[in-house]
Design a protein around this ligand. Structure first.
Ligand code: GLN
Ligand code: ZN
Length: 766
């Protein structure tokens, strides 16, 4: 029996990588300093795993921005528009330009598209493919990381995105071909990488193939078999681990079992039911890696239950053919529970139920000891402690609130319906709101400057009084309101300066949520999030946003939009309790948000946005399970939005979504206005709304806020024209792709001024 990990978090125990990257980008440190930080993180991850006793330690799971972008560089799939940078600049410049765009030294190049990594909140950079896409070994990062692991005395297992998964993650940038046809071209590069790894003494290679847990067509299945057969032919001696995760293999099981590889990794957290089938299906030459410790959640592993799985596997195929691992890469777990020292933030009662990445490493090691029958005293003691923690969670009075459970029971269909249909509401709202054609707005947040964050941290440390903090935030809010008035935005926002994060801010004010000090998880590039922990029944003890919205509205004659995070997004971006269905937890949150929406209306706020950027990422990976999810997710949104009068305008906002296949459900949400991220796709995403004849109003983002690049007015006019070509002008709003919290003020100012001008030009040209 062997233990291994599919990957480890790479931001560093104190987000060192985030800080170093941002300092490098802003010119505060040089490349060598950045590389030094990366190296330190990689080595401390390896050492930690080695000392814990993990048998096979992943390498190349580290990345300065994104592992898919790394692969794109590795195989040299560099889009045409970066050729100039590739020639003129250094490799890191090229790498970060592809990730973030490049606007310097007379060059002005947009970033590559970014999208969600399966159903997680991690975002990867989407590979771009041309019809005659060529590949060549461009970056040797994989090999170098393996060599440095070896030099550090680590039994390293290179982690490589599987060839099929890499292709399937990408996007065809021209018509007339199927990206799967590129497999032939790409194979030689994989062979070259494997040759070098073998020459340097690699033994195990992990291919991440999460697509094996998704719906695959026949051609994809055939290509899978073809590619792995070819690879096997060339490398009879390497040991290949193929890792599936995020769902069960289901109808792909016979394919997976037929691949000529040595180890098949399965996700037993998402799909515990598949173990028997898998054990029956795999040939004698294949081992199974049991993904038994949840890589995506923070609950302590239930040793008793895991041991049943492991023992079954040992009993059926023998312990030599069993590997134990987390369900997926620990990239999606926070770093270390030990750094949660403040009991006022995370109480010991809740903390005893949790395990972060480092703790999960030890869980794997203890499970191996327990399962191999030679558990030492310490392991037995850990088993007893584990059982105690699991049992107290089942019975804790911290978790259950009967009033909340009753209210969920009593919620009816009517609670999820507005009073009148959209056409009536639209008229009523226009009478009150009197908005122009192509009304302009933003998505909510304005730059969270260093000062704003410093105020918050000083306030938390007690270095600022509540009154002082309040005063500073009010000034920043007022300045932002004034500035929006000045440049002529139609629907203003207060700027969200009081919020650390769009989910944490709400969680902090709701019962049933717990927090961490340092439980950061990478979201994209240097951006990290700190998801709250939903451990108990959710209840809103008091209004959460009324104070700030009311204050902002009191400053101006223009409309200020109230700003809330929706129930599905709060659920999706939290670590969710696993002791009741997610749908029930979601409904509890929906009722809390509903109360807030109603209170905002009572306070005179006429436009309220309920952000639901995470609706789509919550979709089950298998189509057959979509309908069920969409039903409860859409219902939760409607419960939150439907307590108001017809005259109150409900907005929602979504980013990074493909809308084609869920457009009916988005229409069912029945928000009066939806704003979406659209600019990186050049309005392509809008087509789904056009084809559907989406009846409500819609604001397709006209500029990309994930890049520091400032768009010109002309670019935005161009996008607006594209939008007008498919959506009637009376339905269109003008806004950026998303909130501006990660941007600087100077970029924001220039971009929004140009955006308002673009809207005015479009209106006068109409
Ligand atoms: N209102 C939020 C903001 O502007 C929305 C962010 C999001 O969609 N991710 O920051
Ligand atoms: Zn957004």
């Amino acid at each position: 029996m062997q233990t291994h990990l599919l990957g480890y978090p790479r931001i560093g125990s104190n987000r060192e990588l985030k800080k170093a990257c941002e300092n490098y980008w802003s010119g505060k440190i040089v490349l060598d300093e950045l590389l030094e930080v990366g190296k330190t993180i990689v080595h401390s991850n390896w050492t930690l795993q080695k000392e814990a006793g993990i048998d096979l330690i992943p390498c190349n799971d580290f990345s300065y921005y994104d592992q898919v972008l790394d692969m794109t560089l590795t195989v040299g799939a560099i889009p045409e528009r970066y050729q100039e940078i590739a020639l003129k600049k250094s490799d890191p410049d090229l790498y970060f330009a592809m990730a973030r765009g490049f606007q310097k030294d007379g060059l002005d190049i947009t970033a590559m598209e970014m999208t969600k990594w399966f159903d997680t909140n991690y975002h990867y950079i989407v590979p771009e493919f041309q019809k005659n896409q060529e590949f060549r070994l461009f970056s040797n990062k994989i090999i170098q990381e393996f060599i440095s692991a070896q030099q550090a005395g680590i039994n390293a297992k290179p982690v490589i995105i599987g060839l099929l998964t890499y292709l399937l993650l990408g996007k065809e940038k021209e018509e007339g071909f199927d990206k799967l046809d590129l497999a032939q071209n790409l194979l030689p590069v994989y062979i070259q990488i494997l040759t070098e790894l073998e020459n340097h003494g690699a033994e195990y290679i992990q291919f991440d193939e999460p697509f094996l847990a998704l719906d695959l067509n026949e051609k994809a299945k055939e290509t899978y078999l073809f590619i792995y057969t070819e690879i096997r032919k060339q490398f009879p001696n390497l040991k290949f681990i193929v890792a599936s995760y995020f769902d069960g293999l289901k109808d792909n099981l016979s394919l997976a079992a037929s691949l000529p590889v040595d180890v098949l990794h399965i996700d037993l957290v998402r799909a515990p039911g598949q173990l028997d089938e898998v054990l029956q299906a795999i040939p004698q030459t294949m081992s199974v890696s049991l993904g038994i410790v949840d890589g995506r959640n923070i609950w302590k592993n239930d040793f008793e239950r895991s041991l049943q799985f492991i023992e079954k596997a040992i009993h059926t195929i023998g312990s030599e053919r069993v590997f134990i691992a987390p369900s997926c890469s620990l990239l999606h777990s926070p770093f270390d529970l030990d750094s949660e020292k403040n009991e006022d933030i995370l109480s010991p009662e809740i903390k005893q139920w949790l395990a972060f990445a480092k703790q999960k490493v030890y869980e794997i090691v203890v499970l191996k000891k327990l399962a191999s029958g030679n558990a030492d005293y310490q392991a037995l003691q850990q088993y007893a402690e584990n059982k105690k923690a699991i049992d107290t969670r089942k019975t804790s009075t911290l978790i259950h609130n009967q009033k909340v459970k009753d209210r969920v029971e009593l919620t009816t269909e009517d609670d999820a319906k507005r009073n009148s249909p959209f056409s009536t509401r639209k008229e009523e709202q226009q009478k009150v709101l009197q908005l122009p054609l192509f009304p302009t707005t933003t998505i909510g947040s304005f730059p969270q400057t260093k000062e704003v964050r410093t105020w918050r941290s000083k306030f938390k440390k007690g270095e600022l009084t509540a009154a002082q903090y309040d005063d500073l935030l009010k000034k920043e809010t007022e300045r932002t309101i004034r500035w929006q008035e000045e440049i002529g935005i139609d629907v203003l926002v207060h700027g969200e300066f009081e919020r650390n994060d769009m989910v944490e801010y709400f969680g902090e004010q709701l019962d049933g949520f717990a927090f961490t000090q340092n439980g950061w998880v990478q979201s994209y590039g240097s951006r990290c999030v700190k998801p709250p922990v939903i451990y108990g029944d959710v209840h809103r003890p008091h209004p959460m946003t009324v104070y700030w919205s009311q204050y902002a509205q009191s400053l101006t004659q223009k409309w200020v939009k109230g700003m809330l995070t929706g129930p599905v997004t709060i659920l999706q971006w939290s670590f969710v309790r696993d002791d009741q269905p997610r749908s029930v937890t979601c409904k509890q949150i929906a009722l809390a948000i509903r109360d807030e929406v109603n209170d905002l209306e009572k306070a005179g706020i006429r436009i309220i946005q309920i952000d639901e950027p995470a609706i789509r990422e919550g979709l089950p990976l298998r189509k057959s399970e979509w309908q069920q999810y969409l039903e409860w997710a859409v219902e939760a949104f409607r419960i939150s939005a439907s307590g108001v009068e017809d005259t109150t305008q409900i907005h929602t906002h979504m980013c990074y979504s493909e809308f084609n296949d869920i457009i009916q459900n988005i229409a069912d949400m029945d928000a009066d206005v939806i704003t979406i991220e659209c600019s990186r796709s050049q309005m392509e995403l809008l087509q789904a709304f056009a084809d559907f004849k989406y009846p409500n109003e819609i604001g397709p983002g006209v500029y990309d806020i994930h890049s520091p690049r400032v768009p010109s007015k002309e670019e935005m006019i161009h996008l607006l024209k594209k939008a007008q070509a498919v959506i009637p002008a009376q339905q269109l709003w003008v806004n950026p792709d998303c909130g501006l919290k990660t941007r600087h003020w100077d970029e924001t100012e220039k971009a929004l001024i140009a955006m308002v001008e673009a809207s005015k030009d479009a209106a006068s040209a109409y």
